[in-house]
Design a protein around this ligand. Structure first.
Ligand code: CUA
Length: 392
């Protein structure tokens, strides 16, 4: 910081070292006698003028590297248009409506950037001082035509941005079309509950939709405010207690899309993820058919032991497994948990090892998780895992 100040001082007062007030004068020099002060300033100015030239040479080198670095960063940022978290390559009409507004605003701002930077560069080149004089340039105050222009022009640009934005806000808040598949979504600390009234399905953290059929999501919260967001599908929408928000969209191609809670909702907000699978009509019906069937009783002895442990050790207090006495709806539905790709709301692959780790100590995986850490033996955990993994 001191070097910058000194370089600045050397440049600023190089032409008038004795008369200008030295605003950056250091405290040690303030107490020098008047005669030596003049000599000190003279030597100081010469010394700092040298430093100044070094600083300028350095910044010229830096300037040479900046454009290729910026270009590289731009290219790298645009490499993966299929990235799970990208918003610029949507797969629904809902996402595309938002993307269209984004693209329009992008080109408006590119045009503004070019005009403003162009004028700036023009002014720098055209009006730079051509002599060594440090006189102040002529000061100009007010230019009516310019002031009218730079008041009206931004207003016109804002209108061009506001009209498509407001039109899109209404478009993406529209009612779902007739025949849409209703899915009730409830956000909880920290998992997602999905219900399909049409099929009588209840599931968690993994949402399946048929390609080509509009879906009508009814978004609610079981506790605090969450936000439903699947970047490739479209914009975020909050899940607010005592209120139902909606999103309607139609998935246009099969795929697996990453979802994430997008509103801070407590310690494990970042670990509140989910996955959306857009299935072709046949696969969706197959999935739905399986999901609405009750759990099949296990035959494997270890899994049978696990089923007993599940019903007696405490799991039953929160979870539902259709076809068994476990009917609590506090925690995620587990009727077909063995079929899911992830557990613990999208954060662990659904492997026996991960499931055992999760059941042993949920809080070590997801800080603050409401799932109780039960006093289970390793054998009990292994048996419960064998049972749950078998719930296909
Ligand atoms: Cu739920 Cu953040």
């Amino acid at each position: 910081m001191l070097r910058v100040k000194e370089a600045y001082r050397a440049g600023l007062y190089a032409g008038q070292p004795f008369s200008a007030p030295n605003i950056f004068q250091t405290s040690s020099s303030q107490h020098q006698p008047a005669g030596s002060e003049a000599r000190w300033r003279c030597r100081d100015a010469a010394h700092h003028a040298n430093e100044d030239r070094t600083v300028m040479r350095l910044s010229r080198h830096l300037l040479l590297f900046l454009p290729p670095l910026a270009a590289l960063a731009l290219v790298a940022a645009g490499c993966d248009v299929d990235h799970a978290r990208t918003t610029i390559n949507p797969v629904t009409e809902y996402g595309r409506a938002i993307q269209d507004v984004y693209v329009q605003i992008f080109w408006w701002t590119v045009a503004i950037f070019i005009v403003v930077e162009g004028l700036l560069i023009y002014a720098i080149l055209k009006f730079r001082s051509k002599t060594e004089s440090h006189e102040q340039p002529e000061q100009v105050h007010g230019h009516t035509r310019l002031e009218i222009a730079w008041t009206i022009l931004p207003a016109v640009i804002l209108i061009f941005i506001a009209v498509p934005t407001i039109r899109t806000i209404f478009a993406v808040a529209a009612e779902a079309p007739a025949g849409a598949l209703q899915i009730n979504v409830t956000g909880h600390q920290w998992f997602w509950n999905f219900e399909y009234p049409e099929y009588g399905i209840r599931t968690a953290n993994e949402i399946h939709v048929p390609v080509g059929r509009p879906v009508d999501l009814h978004l609610a919260s079981g506790d605090v405010i969450h936000s439903f967001w699947i970047p490739r599908i479209g914009g975020k929408r909050d899940l607010v207690p005592n209120r139902t928000n909606r999103i309607t969209f139609t998935a246009e191609k099969p795929g697996h899309y990453f979802g994430q809670c997008a509103e801070f909702c407590g310690a494990s907000h970042a670990l509140m993820r989910f996955d959306l699978y857009a299935d072709d009509a046949g696969s969706f019906e197959q999935w739905a058919e399986n999901e609405k069937s009750p759990a099949v009783a296990p035959e494997d002895p270890k899994a049978r032991e696990g089923a007993t442990a599940f019903l007696t050790a405490g799991c039953i207090a929160c979870h539902r497994i259709d076809g068994t006495p476990a009917q609590s709806r506090i925690g995620p539905e587990l009727t077909h948990v063995g079929n899911r790709d992830k557990i613990a709301a999208g954060i662990l692959d659904n492997t026996p090892e991960n499931m055992a780790r999760w059941i042993h100590d949920p809080q070590s995986v997801k800080p603050g998780a409401l799932m109780a850490k039960l006093e289970l033996t390793d054998e009990q955990v292994d048996a419960i895992v064998a049972y749950l993994q078998g719930l296909k």
